[in-house]
Design a protein around this ligand. Structure first.
Ligand code: AMP
Ligand code: ZN
Length: 499
């Protein structure tokens, strides 16, 4: 029987079985960082949840189209309150001491994007199918805002364009923040645009011809609100309804609530079926803060001491993060980190004993193989049960103990089984550097992968005179944001900028 993947859905407040719209093919979007600084271990706790979803889905044979964005337009420090009154985080970073090393704001964004990807690989996170940047999707964002204005969900003032919350009666369905609770008051307190129709209306476009990053729009020079980029990029790469959307718990409101309002007002369809959120990480029992000296970027921990880091094995950092369930508050401590340095060393000892999985993995044969297979199955079941990483890690540590305990007594069959086990456990948890992922490069166009088979099917339908099916496929392509053109040489396609 096919395995089920259960995950807690913030939208329904219960664990649910994931059912991809397309059989065995998950479409998945996870909110990425704003590139104004080095990403910290809290950010990476959320990115790790996304990585584990990808790996777990892969372990049951699903294909995953996984998009995670780069926010390289500085949204506002007060944007938590959905109002364009705060300072821009990227501008602030450029004006700081560290900012002096950059030529301009674009250089700053480029630097922190590159270092994010470096840290991503250090922590053994798999590459997404696509890593779209907000600045590269400006035309689509403007088109989306325009459409929202046209269909009456948004309006313009002297200072910007706002989404009208009352035009979307389901506003609040994700977070529970509706019209009549305290939040309205909090937002009202920071309102700076007296022309807003409702204090809760949030910015889609901010007019500003002095800003360091600005684009020309039907409303003059300015830049987009924070929420619109994710709606637009998710729909461009994954379609109008995506199977799963993830991010840290702070994003439930306002970011994800606003993404839902905009997207569903654009398409009239549900935006994401399941919403998964990672609880915040704390360090030594307190909120991470530079002032308390408990603020760690990945590179603070893993860079060599000669470069100002602590020289800690990145896989030990990863295992530390794995040791807490993503939906429980997590306390990162130096003590647990040290314990995991030892666990990572023990995995190296296993590989010294039985060999690296790259040498060939064999089957789960013999007595040892059967025990290890059971451990892998339990780890997989744990991950399929709302990403129970503590349980899965317990299987990893149990197997490690058994293998090291048997030591030289392991025969060749048992060693091959152990390599197989290590390979399977790694595909699930990413605890050794061993790239067994299906290749995904940034050059690959995930949209093309969706479009080409549909075009082939349409050509076959037309050849067979099945015009209804051919029309249905054209509509499906149009929903993906694709326009097709038939000619005597065949059919070509292109992206449309409109959503
Ligand atoms: P930001 O760059 O602030 O937009 O954050 C990028 C991602 O990291 C978002 O999904 C946040 O929810 C998440 N995040 C930020 N701080 C933490 C934390 N302390 N623990 C877990 N996730 C976090
Ligand atoms: Zn987002």
């Amino acid at each position: 029987m096919a395995k089920e993947f259960r995950i807690y859905n913030t939208l329904t407040n219960q664990a649910e079985t994931l059912v991809p719209h397309k059989k065995d093919h998950l479409t998945f979007y996870s909110c990425g960082p704003t590139v104004y600084s080095y990403a910290h271990i809290g950010n990476f706790r959320s990115f790790l949840t996304a990585d584990l979803i990808l790996r777990t889905a892969g372990a049951i044979g699903w294909e995953v189209t996984y998009a995670t964005n780069i926010t390289d337009v500085g949204h506002l420090t007060e944007d938590d309150l959905s109002d364009p009154s705060g300072e821009d985080r990227m501008v602030k970073a450029l004006q700081s001491k560290e900012g002096e090393q950059f030529v301009n704001i674009w250089d700053l964004a480029r630097h922190y994007t590159e270092t994010l990807v470096e840290d991503w690989h250090r922590l053994n996170l798999r590459e997404p199918t696509v890593r779209p940047r907000a600045t590269e999707h400006m035309r689509e964002q403007i088109a989306a805002v325009q459409k929202l204005v046209e269909n009456g969900h948004a309006y313009e003032t002297d200072r910007g364009v706002y989404f009208s919350v009352t035009s979307f009666p389901e506003y609040g369905k994700l977070s529970g923040n509706t019209l009549d609770n305290d939040l309205e008051q909090t937002v009202r307190d920071v309102v700076v645009d007296a022309d807003k129709r409702d204090p809760r209306d949030f910015a889609l476009w901010k007019k500003d011809d002095k800003h360091l990053m600005q684009w020309f729009s039907p409303w003059g020079w300015g830049f987009p609100g924070w929420h619109i980029e994710c709606s637009v990029m998710a729909m461009s790469y994954l379609g109008e309804t995506i199977d799963l959307h993830a991010g840290g718990e702070d994003l439930i409101f306002p970011h994800h609530e606003c993404e839902i309002a905009q997207s569903e007002s654009l398409t009239g369809k549900p935006f994401a079926t399941v919403w998964a959120h990672t609880r915040f990480l704390q360090v030594e029992g307190e909120k991470m803060s530079k002032r308390l000296g408990n603020f760690f970027t990945v590179r603070d921990l893993v860079a060599p001491e000669s470069e100002g880091g602590k020289g800690i094995d990145p896989l030990a950092v990863r295992m530390t993060l794995l040791s807490g369930h993503y939906r429980k508050p997590f306390n990162f401590t130096m003590k647990t980190l040290k314990g995991n340095v030892r666990h990572s060393e023990r995995l190296s000892e296993v590989m010294a004993l039985v060999g690296h999985p790259e040498e060939g993995t064999g089957e789960y044969d013999g007595e040892t193989g059967a025990v290890l297979q059971g451990m892998y199955e339990r780890a997989l079941d744990a991950m399929l049960d709302d990403l129970n990483t503590p349980m899965a890690l317990a299987q990893l540590f149990g197997g490690t103990k058994m293998i090291l305990g048997k030591g030289d007594a392991l025969d060749e069959e048992a060693r091959a089984a152990a390599r197989r086990w290590l390979s399977d456990m790694n595909a699930l948890l990413g605890v050794v550097y061993y790239d067994d992922a299906p290749a995904a490069t940034e050059e690959e166009d995930p949209l093309a992968a969706q479009v080409e088979p549909l075009l082939e099917e349409r050509a076959a339908a037309r050849a067979a005179g099945n015009w209804d099916r051919a029309d249905a496929i054209r509509q499906e392509l149009s929903a993906l944001g694709v326009e097709i053109k038939d000619s005597k040489d065949g059919t070509t396609w292109k992206r449309t900028t409109q959503i």
